[in-house]
Design a binder for this molecule. Structure first.
Ligand SMILES: CSC[C@H]1O[C@@H](n2cnc3c(O)ncnc32)[C@H](O)[C@@H]1O
Ligand SMILES: [Zn+2]
Length: 430
């Protein structure tokens, strides 16, 4: 058996306690063999975790990873204008090579900030899957479908591509890649297509992921035209099952929260994107109180503007308190759970907890920094004070992806250079 030991650190356990312990990993199986203070087995490789906190790898449950290319491309607008005036015209000019370049840059950023798994909706998915395979992360990938403005043939071709991608890439990269069917939203995909698309996906056991209840501009037309709330409509369309997960859920009323809790549909909270686009404040504490499976995501780097899940935890806690008008709402252990086990459960990927037999997906956070001193409460530090740049080592599926801040699976400098070149050429074309 080939083993890896993460030695000399403190370990965040699934019950949110922290203990002095080593973590022993079976690299062949990609699982945790043992967690304990006195492990006497020799390991084939050791990662030093002295003065560090070993946490489950962070799980970014909603992203558009290749949008790193559009970071800073268009800011300071609300969602609809931002998409229509800036983002969609630029995306229409992206080549598969551009998407590969943007994905690699985003994956480097994720590895460097302790993210080991993510869910992603975009296009040119084969390029994203190839980048994920090389980077060594886990992902649930899907081709996003928009039928708005398309004729019937183009709309159906888009849906067919989403289903084909979901079939082809499920289980790729030694099982690290899973897939989903991904209609973009309840307003950008017409009802006639949604109904068929969702049924076809579910018939084949493919989960469905979509944006929902993100802005009032999106909710109001559904209510006006149908006389029902968006998630009642989603339920009617069959897209509110325990396998499905939606992004945002900002403007949900109490009845919709009950629907989500009853169905077991995951909700991915994206606080930075919601603040930047002024979409609103999701009622996260209400969702948690109702027992909804809540995860955390960055959304794309164009609306965030980074892929750092530590930022996201802090934003989620701060915004959650403001939304609830209660400083005790969305507390530190809640956001840490949302960024780890909560996200993993919402998108149904392994990881999110350091436990024997579980996935060996972890991040080692260096605590030897002024902003993490003194170590009064390490869960508080993770939620409120740590940054992605504090991550020293990243491990996914038992494989070391970053050691002492050196990314081992991708070439960081080359990824930045390719992204710069891709965007220089894109700017000439758009
Ligand atoms: C069709 S692929 C996915 C599609 O989603 C766009 N997108 C990025 N951020 C958001 C957001 O916050 N709400 C809705 N849609 C978003 C992205 O630019 C792609 O076009
Ligand atoms: Zn999104």
């Amino acid at each position: 058996m080939n083993t890896l030991r993460i030695a000399g650190g403190q370990v965040l356990r699934p019950d949110a306690t922290v203990e002095d312990a080593d973590v022993l990993v079976d690299r062949d199986e990609g699982t945790v063999l043992d967690v304990g203070a006195d492990l006497d087995t020799d390991a084939d490789e050791t990662l030093d975790a002295e003065g560090c906190l070993v946490t489950p790898g962070l799980v970014n449950a909603h992203c558009h990873v290749a949008m790193t290319l559009l970071r800073g491309y268009a800011d300071d607008k609300p969602l609809d204008a931002w998409l229509r005036e800036d983002i969609w015209p630029a995306e229409a000019a992206l080549t598969p090579e551009d998407v590969r370049a943007g994905a690699e840059l985003g994956l480097v950023e994720m590895i460097k900030s302790g993210t080991t798994a993510f869910a992603d909706m975009y296009f040119h998915v084969p390029e994203i899957a190839a980048a994920v395979e090389e980077a060594g992360l886990r992902a649930r990938l899907g081709h996003g479908v928009v039928t708005l403005g398309k004729d019937d043939a183009d709309a159906r071709a888009d849906i067919d591509e989403s289903l084909a991608v979901a079939r082809e890439f499920d289980g790729a990269a030694d099982g690290r890649i899973r897939t989903a069917a991904m209609p973009h939203s309840l307003t950008t995909v017409a009802e006639e297509y949604l109904r068929e698309f969702v049924a076809d996906a579910h018939d084949e056991g493919i989960p469905v992921h979509y944006h929902a209840n993100e802005t009032t501009d999106e909710v109001d037309p559904i209510v006006d035209e149908r006389g029902e709330r968006p998630l009642a409509y989603a339920k009617q369309l069959g897209m509110l099952t325990g396998d499905d997960f939606l992004a945002h859920g900002v403007h949900v009323d109490d009845a919709e929260i009950d629907l989500l809790a009853e169905a077991g549909t995951g909700v991915v909270h994206c606080p930075a994107s919601n603040m930047k686009l002024a979409s609103g404040m999701a009622p996260v504490q209400k969702l948690l109180d109702a027992g909804v499976a809540v995860g955390l995501g960055t959304d794309g780097a164009a609306s965030n503007n980074d892929l750092d899940m530590f930022d996201e935890m802090r934003d989620a806690a701060m915004l959650g308190k403001l939304a609830a008008d209660d400083a005790s709402a969305v507390a530190a252990p809640d956001v840490v759970r949302m960024a780890t086990a909560g996200s993993a459960a919402a998108v149904d990927l392994p990881g999110g907890a350091l436990e024997v037999g579980g996935a060996a997906d972890l991040a080692v956070v260096d605590l030897d920094a002024p902003h993490l001193t003194p170590a009064n409460d390490l869960v508080s530090h993770l939620a409120y004070a740590a940054r992605g740049a504090d991550v020293r080592h990243t491990v996914c599926d038992g494989r070391v992806l970053m050691r002492d801040r050196e990314v081992l699976t991708l070439d960081e400098d080359a990824a930045m250079a390719r992204a710069r070149e891709a965007v220089a050429s894109l700017r000439e074309r758009v």
